[in-house]
Design a protein around this ligand. Sequence first.
Ligand code: T3D
Length: 263
Amino acid sequence: MSYEHILFEVRDGVARVTLNRPDRLNSFNDAMHAELRDALGHVRGDASARAMLLTGAGRGFCAGQDLSDRAVAPGGTAVDLGASIERNYKPLVLALRALPMPVVCAVNGVAAGAGANIALACDIVIAAKSASFIQAFCRIGLVPDSGGTFFLPRLVGTARAMGLALTGDKLSAEQAAAWGLIWKCVDDAELAAAADALVAQFATGPTRGLAAIKQSLQRSGANDLEAQLDLERDMQRALGYGDDYREGVAAFVDKRPPRFTGR
Ligand code: T3D
């Protein structure tokens, strides 16, 4: 499949996906969803990909659903938004969460509506100082989707989640970092280098171990302590038989940097 609305490459162990409809602030139409789904399928099936970077082209990260596809003439039939979620947004969020590698989101500008929550579905979010997060749904009579009602209260607590979702106020990247909504906020000029450094670190890291960290943290919200201790035991057992653990220990003992293969 050739891509028109995203840029995609896998290089040096890193899959790079750039949302690329800058004149529409990279808002989603069906075609961009289909391309992104296809690209994520490639990432999942490409053993050379050990980390992923998601970002946006131009001045915005993503403004959510392309609303020009949603205007209904008086008397016209409304679009079934549930079908849109089922076909596009839900599989996208689940695919990002399930990728067996760290997914870094570099938020280069405004992230609004589903754009904000797709960023939050990634494992690590770094944002440029000029970026912002807007739960824009309430402004058009909708509920936060793409996991917004799941991620927001878990990341920032109910009070802040309610405030963001009910007002649709713009949250600056600096405030988002201060609240713990995202990992880090950096100067605009430093965003690309900071994101590159992170994905390069992950792409040479113990991939199976990093994937297990991601999965175990994702599952901790639904588990009680004993179930989570069991999960940690099972993951540790599996990882303990892996090449990367052996290499990590050998490198420590030899006082040299490890050479992880991702196995
Ligand atoms: O529908 C379903 O399938 C259900 C799922 C829904 C998921 C959702 O995401 S619903 C929420 C949709 N998104 C929004 O409500 C956000 C709409 N956009 C904005 O509120 C503002 O654009 C921003 C706050 C994001 C940025 O504001 P600003 O002032 O920096 O830029 P702008 O001038 O508003 O936008 C620049 C251009 O992008 C502009 O086009 P123009 O005038 O230059 O030709 C604007 O129309 C376009 N644009 C921005 N967002 C969207 C968009 N075009 C289509 N859809 C958009 N979402």
